[in-house]
Ligand binder design. Structure first.
Ligand SMILES: C[S@@+](CC[C@H](N)C(=O)[O-])C[C@H]1O[C@@H](n2cnc3c(N)ncnc32)[C@H](O)[C@@H]1O
Length: 202
């Protein structure tokens, strides 16, 4: 092990003992009965740290595939004393479609999901009809999902997918406050940002 690697780890990371069946993520929190909100592609954790401080009675899970970012976001939340945050290193589609229990998540946040702009790359995008099924299955009745991105063609595709899906209804778009604004939104502050939010119909 690299001598520095131990120092960089976070104690907030969840590592399931079974990677094939639904996993009780809520049981990993100090207060398992609280609602669960998930930031997918949580990056360096700026939103997680801010939002979890604003709503200490809600549990927050960051899902991110890059190990460095998982550790960085976890340490950021540890330093802020957030007992209501956990982080999970996993690919988002697999995490939601295979590991997340049904009727479980109150809010999903997708901030600046990778757009995979070239035609030959687009099969890598998170949002597709199968992913919509996974979101619907795992959201609680009345649960919401929130999307923002500077990549307007990808935004148009996501919006169309959601708008035509009769299992969801549009609600006013979530706009983060200054503290919650993610690193990528800060980078793209000069650009137009597409935002939308939808609620699962009961
Ligand atoms: C453009 S960055 C945005 C990060 C953060 N949400 C923000 O707004 O600053 C996209 C992030 O999503 C992660 N990511 C991309 N695709 C993912 C996937 N399929 N599953 C999990 N994480 C993913 C990337 O590693 C990266 O950290």
């Amino acid at each position: 092990m690299h001598p520095m690697s131990k120092k960089k780890k976070t104690t907030l990371r969840i590592v399931p003992d079974n990677w094939l069946d639904p996993f009780d993520f809520k049981a990993e929190f100090t207060h398992p009965d609280r609602p669960l909100e998930i930031d997918i592609g949580s990056g360096k954790g700026r939103f997680l740290a801010a939002r979890s401080g604003k709503f200490p009675e809600v549990n927050f899970l960051g899902i991110e595939r890059q190990l460095g970012r998982i550790n960085r976001s976890g340490r950021r939340c540890e330093r802020a004393g957030r007992e209501n945050v956990r982080v999970f290193r996993m690919e988002g589609y697999y995490a939601i479609s295979q590991l997340m229990p049904a009727d479980y998540v109150s809010n999903y946040y997708f901030f600046f999901p990778d757009p995979w702009p070239k035609d030959r790359q687009q099969h890598n995008r998170l949002f597709c009809p199968k992913f919509m099924d996974a979101l619907f299955r795992t959201l609680t009745d009345g649960g919401c999902l929130h999307v923002s991105t500077d990549h307007l063609p990808y935004f148009a595709d996501i919006y169309e997918l959601l708008k035509k899906d009769e299992r969801f209804e549009e609600i006013p778009a979530f706009v983060p406050d200054e503290e919650e604004t993610t690193d990528f939104e800060l980078i793209f502050a000069h650009k137009e940002i597409g935002r939308c939010s939808f609620r699962k119909m009961s």
